[in-house]
Design a protein around this ligand. Structure first.
Ligand code: SF4
Ligand code: SF4
Length: 165
């Protein structure tokens, strides 16, 4: 009798509870423009030149800059000390859709200029070229490509001839 493979049922993991997490109370996030223009890409480089600052792109491809900084109202027990009076923005966080529990979308986090430039080189080629010309310091410039092997051989031959004469 032929065996028919049964479909694999993917179990959704239990959501992380806010009382075990507290992550969204440890940074300030500000929405920014996606790097579709050289100016915006240059702004992102500027953010990433600063320690403890990183770029976050959520599942809806909304870009934001995050400044790592723990809220003074977050207790050691990960509870908000001013929960009933917490700011409007804090009330918008929902642990069913937040960055920790959103398993459907793949968010992107970039901590260094190099990580961002790798992304830009692949996803916004024209913007990368403009940035490379005007805004990249030497240590962030791509390493020059190796010359093709054929040309290397030719050079060797010429050198050899010169030594003989
Ligand atoms: S909303 Fe999400 S990120 Fe924020 S504390 Fe709750 S589980 Fe953590
Ligand atoms: S006020 Fe409360 S909920 Fe808002 S960031 Fe601070 S600790 Fe978190």
């Amino acid at each position: 009798m032929n065996r028919v493979p049964l479909p694999v049922v993917q179990e959704t993991p239990e959501p992380v509870e806010c009382t075990e997490c507290g992550k969204c109370c440890t940074y300030v996030g500000v929405e920014i423009d996606a790097p579709d223009r050289a100016k915006d890409a240059s702004d992102i480089l500027w953010y990433l030149y600063h320690p403890n600052v990183y770029i976050y792109v959520d599942g809806n491809e909304d870009w934001s800059v995050h400044f790592e900084s723990r809220c003074d109202n977050l207790g050691d027990d990960l509870l908000c000390r001013i929960y009933e009076q917490r700011p409007h923005i804090c009330r918008g966080f929902d642990n069913r859709t937040c960055e920790v529990n959103d398993h459907e979308h793949t968010a992107l986090t970039m901590h260094t200029p190099a990580e961002f430039l790798d992304w830009l080189r692949v996803n916004r080629k024209k913007v990368y070229k403009k940035i490379q010309k005007r805004y990249l310091p030497p240590d962030l410039q791509p390493t020059p490509a190796e010359p093709p092997r054929e040309r290397k051989k030719q050079k060797k031959g010429k050198k050899g001839r010169m030594r003989k004469s």
